[in-house]
Design a protein around this ligand. Structure first.
Ligand code: SF4
Length: 457
């Protein structure tokens, strides 16, 4: 069954990577075997957990040895406006004896204890490698527990060994489609309702876009999954329009919601002035096309005009400071193009961008904005990245935490723009936050000091 699910997400017709493939290539899937000894990204379980853990009021229970969970408190920086239950690390903590006798009873006991102690609207159970290999049937246990305890217990069947983190994101989306979305009716439903997919509210980013949407009259019916609530996501099938933020991770959810419930989706971004304006405009236009009051369009244009004027004024102070400064952008997906625009709006020069997790559309957008000559790397080797930084081809690198040490080794400033970041970069205020952080990082006196020769040299 899991093999069928994996095949299904590999065949996803909405995925830009797939569109360029032959049927035979598509069947082979996207997982490239890793070279033994090479460092790799997260596993499928990790990807599923990242995608779903921001659902704040749910208890997320990891069925496996304790090390799969990693932290017993908190997550990758996603924020909640209410329940903090998602921050507790629940695990069945399998030991050698459980491997001999099986972990299903222990899993049921853990679910029961969580329900009794925390009374969550649902429990999500994550499968990991060890119980999958010894044959624990989490789907059967979840079904039994749901019936016995009267609470939805959702199996997330993405054990680490099935593939990459990105595959895990997609399997998480399939879990929501199979077990959650469409299982409840909303208490309130309006023609102005949108569902946002692939926005994780890292450092509270969603909250920089939400007040503007409120002002325009756009109602976030549900967000999958940042600051999400179980019951809202279960009723996401009543949204009028869907916005897919991280297109490669959860495109399957957007496309299937369109197929099952006729909700049109668009791919948008909250990063950068131009993209933020485009997103608000597209949302309002699509909602009006589906029955919202046409006055929404005027409200959207008024908010866009006001915010663009204000942000342009705020960015002025950075332009002279950023003149001549070059950025190496090593991120992926939607950020590969939307951050380029955002940074250029602030006067920085982009020497190149990685497109590792970007879809065909993401790459097209980047080419359209920067031209064919622009450096785009599908897979920039750490050695080459180090060489570029050492040879001063860039003044700062923006990337995720995994490549920070390459930058630090080359004695070049580095700023986190991926999952573990502590500052919110979305929306009009977000671009100002980003410039502020880049400015502080570039001008930090530590760089002068670390570049000085050592006393014995
Ligand atoms: S690869 Fe398997 S054992 Fe390792 S963290 Fe992922 S689920 Fe756990």
């Amino acid at each position: 069954m899991l093999a069928d699910k994996i095949q299904e997400v590999f065949n996803e017709p909405g995925c830009g990577v797939n569109q360029a493939k032959t049927t035979k290539e598509r069947k082979k899937g996207c997982s490239k075997p890793l070279k033994p000894g090479a460092a790799a990204g997260g596993c499928a379980y990790d990807g599923a957990m990242i995608a779903l853990q921001p659902i704040a009021d749910v208890a997320h229970l990891v069925h496996g040895p304790i090390a799969c969970l990693g932290n017993s408190w908190d997550n990758r920086g996603t924020r909640s406006s209410g329940s903090q239950l998602y921050r507790t690390g629940f695990t069945t903590d399998l030991s050698e004896l459980d491997i001999v006798h099986g972990g299903e009873k222990k899993l049921y006991k853990a679910i029961k204890e969580i329900v009794q102690q925390h009374n969550p609207p649902a429990v999500f159970v994550y499968q990991t490698c060890v119980p999958a290999m010894i044959g624990d049937d989490i789907e059967a246990v979840c079904k039994y527990a749901a019936k016995k305890l009267g609470v939805p217990v959702i199996p997330v069947n993405a054990p680490g060994f099935v593939g990459s983190k990105n595959l895990g994101n997609k399997l998480a989306g399939e879990t929501l489609l199979d077990h959650v979305i469409g299982t409840r009716e909303p208490e309130v439903s309006t023609p102005n309702d949108v569902c946002i997919i692939g926005e994780y509210n890292l450092a509270g980013e969603l909250w920089l876009a939400k007040p503007l949407m409120d002002e325009i009259g756009i109602r976030i019916q549900s967000c999958i999954s940042g600051d999400g609530r179980y019951n809202e996501i279960a009723a996401a099938h009543r949204a009028r329009v869907t916005m897919v933020v991280c297109s490669q991770a959860l495109i399957n959810v957007g496309r299937k919601m369109e197929e099952r419930w006729g909700i049109p989706y668009f791919e948008g971004s909250f990063y950068g002035v131009t993209d933020m304006s485009d997103t608000l405009r597209t949302m309002a236009t699509m909602l009006v096309q589906r029955g919202a009051d046409p006055a929404m369009l005027n409200r959207a244009e008024a908010v866009i005009a006001r915010e663009e004027a204000a942000v342009s004024k705020r960015l002025e102070r950075y332009k002279p400071r950023f003149t001549g400064k070059r950025v190496l952008l090593f991120t992926g997906g939607v950020k590969s193009w939307s951050m380029v625009t955002a940074l250029e709006e602030a006067g920085l020069t982009i020497v190149g961008s990685s497109t590792k997790k970007s879809t065909k559309e993401d790459k097209e957008k980047l080419k359209k904005r920067k031209g064919e000559e622009f450096h785009m790397w599908d897979d920039l080797k750490p050695k080459e990245m180090y060489r570029m930084l050492r040879d001063s081809e860039a003044d700062i690198m923006l990337s995720g935490g995994r490549s920070q040490f390459i930058s630090l080794k080359a004695k070049v400033p580095w700023l986190d723009v991926n999952q573990e970041r502590h500052h919110a970069y979305a929306g009009y205020d977000g671009i100002v936050n980003l410039c502020e952080e880049i400015d502080k990082t570039l001008s930090n006196p530590i760089w002068r000091q670390v570049r000085l020769p050592a006393p014995w040299e």
